[in-house]
Design a protein around this ligand. Structure first.
Ligand SMILES: Nc1nc2c(ncn2[C@@H]2O[C@H](COP(=O)(O)OP(=O)(O)OP(=O)(O)O)[C@@H](O)[C@H]2O)c(=O)[nH]1
Ligand SMILES: O=C([O-])CC(=O)C(=O)O
Ligand SMILES: [Mn+2]
Length: 592
């Protein structure tokens, strides 16, 4: 027996003893295994079969009402030194965290089955991929990991060959919010999660491994683990450019990744290919470009708002072999959420629908589905070497200030634009919704180490001989004085992607401004849109005084990290501020 196998076996044995599980089941990822689990869950009521005529092999799962989103206040990064986790993370000393968690795990699987779930994040034969094993007592987690990762025998074989793997230990426990913690030990490549059965808290391959642990590893090994979608944009000449985009949770990654071009663009031959919708691992290749893989094999997407109008590709892939979590039901047992036609009969908690109780679907209701069911799924998503990235896009949900699109002058400025990201909060995490918060690179909840070191890591990619992607910032969410979104968004976002790729190919000039490069009037095509007269002007308005205030706050944020913050980033910001201030004063005097 290889030593890896024995270390895996040893760990499983130790956990089985600690948790006092009734039985241990090694998962091989077969269809028979999944069918057996579904049968078990249908019998226990953990799954409800949906209408077999409209939704064959589709199921509904209802979470405990107090367990419907990620819990950032209960999520910890446990490095030896607190400063390595940084002010951007909650921290606990590893020894204290292990003691706390092991006390919770002690005897917690009595009467339950312990599932051993080996998985590979990324194509099974890719050097960019990394493996892990999740131990869980939740069959829901096993089913979801089966859809979201390359799970089972092949992954186990790679682990036995390779040696290192991330150890993730999970129990739903009693689903008591007072006994719930998500702990990360990046220096040990391990995760302990207790008391939640929900998505990002429980499917440990996703946010816990592929972002928090992987970002830490990536820094040491010279790559990047990011909260980004990856799409291929094919132009009428048949050439495909790949774009990676970071938007915070519930800010449009899945929608952009599956975009269907507006009618006129379709006729010209434009097409979007989906490589990933949530996570991107990228590394400089021998040619100096960044090459990216999607470590996931499925989609765990936000259901509400998904419709034939906003995301037809997603809707179409959800009518078979899918799991729905916390959606409503129609009278004939179809899944229902706000944004779909028809009427709900039951809400996400199984109560007869009553608008007085709020929406029928929980705002963070999700679907889980294998990626291959997506009509726009890219053949390149399985490529071991990944895809070359031409453009990196940052974006947030901002009702004012941020223009529709902005291009960075160079890599350092691009890193600054990413670091300066802010977004209004959404239902993807528990807490108030719609509050502006800083969310650098959409990684605030997911970076497994000190943001100051993270920004330095990003800056370090600018080396002689590299050809880094161009960097952009977008905002689909700017609102007019009527309180409505100005930009139509969704499919029409292609118009903005077209401009970006035009910039990459040297087809368009841009307008240099104090905050970055903006499109020249007319370069973003608006034919076929019915926009209010001044819409484009409003979308690109630059208010120097408000930018100065924004960047003053950003400067204070950077300063809050102290000495560790790279001077290069601070200098970049200060150089911009030095020009903004006089411009703001000048404008004030002119208006004055
Ligand atoms: N106005 C507007 N809303 C959008 C646009 N794209 C997405 N949305 C809305 O944003 C919400 C979330 O979109 P998703 O694409 O699921 O977000 P995500 O970034 O993939 O979310 P996570 O899975 O949580 O990481 C949905 O309610 C969408 O309808 C857009 O271009 N304009
Ligand atoms: O992690 C989750 O639960 C879902 C998700 O993609 C996010 O919140 O960004
Ligand atoms: Mn996400």
């Amino acid at each position: 027996m290889s030593s890896q196998l024995s270390s895996l076996n040893q760990w499983v044995e130790d956990v089985a003893r600690l948790t006092q599980a009734d039985r241990v089941q090694w998962c091989n990822g077969s269809e028979a295994e999944a069918a057996e689990l579904r049968k078990l869950m249908l019998a226990s009521g953990d799954l409800i079969a949906l209408n077999p005529d409209t939704h064959p092999d589709c199921y509904l799962h209802r979470s405990s009402p107090s367990d419907v989103a990620r819990v950032e206040h209960l999520t910890f990064v446990c490095t030896e030194q607190e400063i390595d986790a940084g002010p951007n993370n909650h921290w606990m000393a590893p020894a204290a965290a292990h003691a706390k968690m092991d006390a919770l795990f002690e005897g917690c699987m009595k009467g339950r089955t312990l599932y051993v779930v080996p998985y590979c994040m990324g194509p099974i034969d890719s050097p960019l991929s990394r493996c892990g094993v999740e131990i869980t007592d939740s069959p829901y987690v096993v089913l979801n990991m089966g859809l979201m990762t390359r799970m089972g025998a092949d992954a186990q074989a790679r682990i036995e060959r390779e040696g290192t793997f991330v150890k993730g230990l999970h129990s739903t426990g009693e689903l008591d919010p007072e006994r719930r913690f998500i702990m990360h030990f990046p220096q040990e490549l391990s995760i302990k999660s207790y008391g939640s059965g929900y998505g990002g808290n429980a499917l440990l391959g996703k946010k816990c491994h592929a972002l928090r642990i992987a970002s830490y590893q990536a820094r040491q090994e010279g790559w990047l683990a990011e909260h980004m979608l990856i799409l291929g944009l094919q132009n009428p000449k048949g050439e495909t450019h790949y774009i990676a985009a970071a938007f915070p949770s519930a800010c449009g990654k899945t929608n952009l990744a599956m975009l269907i071009p507006p009618e006129g663009y379709r006729q010209e031959g434009w097409k979007i290919w989906t490589v990933g919708d949530d996570i991107c691992w990228m590394k400089p290749g021998e040619d100096g470009r960044l090459w990216a893989i999607n470590p996931e094999a499925g989609f765990f997407g936000v259901a509400p708002g998904t419709s034939a109008k906003t995301n037809p590709n997603a809707l179409e892939m959800l009518n078979r072999d899918a799991i729905f979590t916390n959606v409503g039901l129609t009278a004939d047992n179809q899944p229902w959420w706000e944004g779909l036609p028809g009427e709900p009969a039951f809400d996400w908690q199984g109560r007869p629908y009553d608008p007085a109780n709020g929406p029928a679907a929980h705002p963070n209701a999700r679907f889980t589905v294998g990626a291959k069911q997506c009509a726009s799924w890219s053949h390149q998503a399985e490529a071991a070497h990944g895809v070359p990235i031409s453009a990196i896009v940052f974006g947030g949900r901002r009702e004012s200030l941020l223009p529709l699109v902005l291009e960075a002058r160079d890599w350092t400025h691009g890193v600054m634009l990413g670091a300066a990201m802010g977004s209004e909060t959404t239902a993807a995490a528990t807490g108030a919704v719609g509050v502006l918060r800083r969310d650098p690179m959409a990684m605030k909840p997911f970076c497994g180490y000190n943001f100051a070191d993270y920004f330095a890591h990003w800056l370090s990619f600018d080396q002689p001989g590299v050809s880094l992607p161009r960097v952009f910032h977008v905002n689909w969410f700017r609102k007019g004085s009527d309180g409505k979104f100005i930009w139509p968004g969704f499919g029409d976002n292609l118009r903005v992607l077209e401009w970006m790729i035009g910039r990459v190919e040297g087809q368009f000039e841009a307008k240099d401004t104090l905050i970055g490069r903006l499109p020249k009037s007319g370069d973003i095509r608006t034919e076929g849109l019915t926009l209010p007269a001044a819409a484009m002007a409003t979308l690109f308005e630059v208010d120097e005084a408000r930018w100065d205030a924004e960047y003053q706050a950003f400067g204070e944020y950077l300063a809050s990290f102290g000495e560790r913050m790279p001077a290069k980033l601070v200098d970049e910001l200060n150089a911009i501020r030095a020009r903004l201030k006089p411009a703001a004063d000048l404008r004030k005097a002119a208006n004055g």
